[in-house]
Design a protein around this ligand. Structure first.
Ligand code: UDP
Length: 238
């Protein structure tokens, strides 16, 4: 698997990537190890921005399933992503990586609002930018937020760190015969409803020709290996 010429990437982590072995919430040790992965990627000379989900704290769909108003629950989910972003900023800065958080829901006491030109400047200066609160609207997910920011920031690829090492034709945790794809087209992902990211996020990447690289972030050193073209991953592209 080759990923030539990557200069700027967006890394999407689900909120669950921050909870370690806990059933929910933020595990500081796990956040520190994720931050170390990010630092190692940055040390390769890449410009890097991040989008982190909120599922380790709250998902709007879960609230709606229990009778909450969906939009209200989604706003709570967006706030959860801001907490995760601040936790990651803290961990990155403890490793000496300058980081700025930009939230799609303005809260100027804790972070900047999303301003593309400012984010651009931060990245040129070598800072990591964490985009929080998804697209800032209910009925979306942070996958869509990740695709949107990757397009806006003209990223060369969207790397989606998950707990499996790529995209399979069936759930590898349920089906031992599931087969992993090395590469796939956007159209195939959409037509077969493969669980890569939600359809709106995949469509946005397709329309803007942004490759999606799905890999296992839980394996230490894997992000750097995948960036070097050595790791196991599935690449979704044209
Ligand atoms: N969310 C939203 N709009 C967005 C991004 C997120 O409403 O643009 C809400 C939604 O309720 C979602 C929650 O925030 O369930 C947490 O995000 P997500 O489920 O994408 O987190 P992940 O699964 O990546 O941890």
């Amino acid at each position: 698997m080759a990923l030539p010429g990557l200069k700027r990437i967006l890394l999407k982590l689900s909120g669950e990537a921050l909870m370690g072995s806990s059933p929910f919430g933020i595990d500081p040790e796990t956040v520190a190890s994720m931050a170390a992965e990010v630092k190692a990627a940055k040390d390769r000379g890449l410009e890097l921005c991040l989008v982190i989900g909120g599922g380790n704290i709250f998902r709007g769909m879960a609230g709606a399933a229990k009778g909450m108003d969906r939009a209200q629950a989604d706003y709570m989910g967006m706030l959860a992503t801001v907490m995760n972003a601040l936790a990651m900023q803290n961990a990155l800065e403890q490793l000496g990586v300058e980081t700025r958080v930009q939230s799609a829901i303005e809260m100027d006491k804790v972070c900047e609002p999303v301003i593309r030109r400012r984010a651009e400047r931060h990245m040129e200066k070598g800072r990591v930018v964490i985009f929080a609160a998804g697209v800032g609207a209910p009925y979306f997910t942070t996958d869509s937020g990740a695709a949107l920011r990757a397009a806006e920031m003209k990223c060369d690829a969207l790397l989606k760190g998950t707990s499996v090492d790529g995209v399979y034709n069936a759930d590898p945790k349920q089906d031992p015969d599931a087969v992993r794809y090395d590469s796939l087209s956007y159209d195939r992902v959409l037509a077969d409803n493969l669980k890569v990211m939600d359809a709106s996020a995949v469509a946005l990447c397709r329309d803007n020709h942004i490759p999606i690289v799905v890999f296992n972030i839980r394996e230490p050193g894997n992000l750097a290996r995948v960036l070097a073209g050595e790791g196991v991953a599935t690449v979704v592209g044209d």
